[in-house]
Design a protein around this ligand. Structure first.
Ligand SMILES: [Ca+2]
Ligand SMILES: [Ca+2]
Ligand SMILES: [Ca+2]
Ligand SMILES: [Ca+2]
Length: 247
């Protein structure tokens, strides 16, 4: 059920400029934006009302996404979306849903978590190479859905990196303090780590943060982490970072 997750209200950050571009980096027409802005705003508002005040954690939003994804295939299709809107008592027409999906589901395979975050107003940054990345549409198994990149990770690589990931998550939580799970804090942490502000965390930036967090990682560990999470080998973008820290 949708009952029980907290509102993302305090965590929803205003989009930055970049007219004509979605956070996903997909160009959309001004017309489509105008046609959907009102309903998007209404959905965000209703979600906040329904879920109550307070800042929502990324984990809770993930749970909400999983609730909406009734058949658990990793994406919210139009029918699942309509059901959720009915539960939330958001009045949307089929035409509205059509337009929303045109805007937020540019690859037409249902709203994945990243696209859902965009709809909610979390600017997850451009998907660095959506067109080159391994397609998540081609039969992503349920067991892989934890890694929203859809990339297959070898069991060996997983074993080699799980311990260090746990350490990093724990240290990051300690460092961020209360509310460390909020999407806003996580976004801020990402921006802090990305010291040259190019939208990606490279290995040097990552290493530097680990020393600030007093996480003892070897260059080999970092190599393995990037092998696992930076599947397109251009630095950790926000989405990959989210995968790493476990949301
Ligand atoms: Ca689904
Ligand atoms: Ca999609
Ligand atoms: Ca960077
Ligand atoms: Ca990357």
């Amino acid at each position: 059920s949708l009952v029980g997750f907290k509102a993302p209200s305090a965590s929803i950050s205003p989009r930055r400029g970049d007219e004509g571009k979605e956070a996903s980096g997909v160009k959309i027409s001004t017309q489509l934006r105008q046609d959907t802005d009102a309903i998007v705003a209404s959905i965000r508002r209703k979600l906040e009302d329904y879920l109550g005040p307070g800042s929502g954690s990324a984990r809770k939003i993930k749970e909400a996404f999983q609730d909406m994804d009734a058949n658990r295939n990793g994406s919210v299709d139009k029918r699942e979306f309509e059901t959720a809107m009915a539960v939330l008592r958001v009045h949307v027409t089929k035409a509205d849903v059509q337009l929303l999906y045109e805007r937020f589901d540019p690859n037409r395979d249902g709203l994945d978590y990243h696209e859902f975050m965009n709809l909610l107003g979390f600017d997850a940054g451009p998907r660095a190479s959506a067109s080159h990345a391994p397609s998540s549409s081609s039969g992503r198994g349920a067991d892989e859905s934890k890694y929203s990149s859809g990339a297959k990770v070898s069991t060996q690589l997983r074993d080699d990196t799980d311990a260090i990931i746990d350490t990093i998550r724990r240290k990051l939580e300690d460092y961020l303090g209360p509310g460390s799970g909020s999407a806003r804090k996580i976004k801020e942490a990402f921006e802090d780590m990305d010291s040259n502000r190019n939208g990606k965390i490279d290995k040097r930036e990552f290493e530097k943060t680990m020393s600030v967090l007093r996480v003892n990682v070897s260059a080999r560990d970092i190599g393995l982490l990037f092998e696992r999470f930076d599947t397109d080998r251009n630095g950790l973008d926000y989405k990959e970072f989210i995968d790493l820290i476990g949301f």
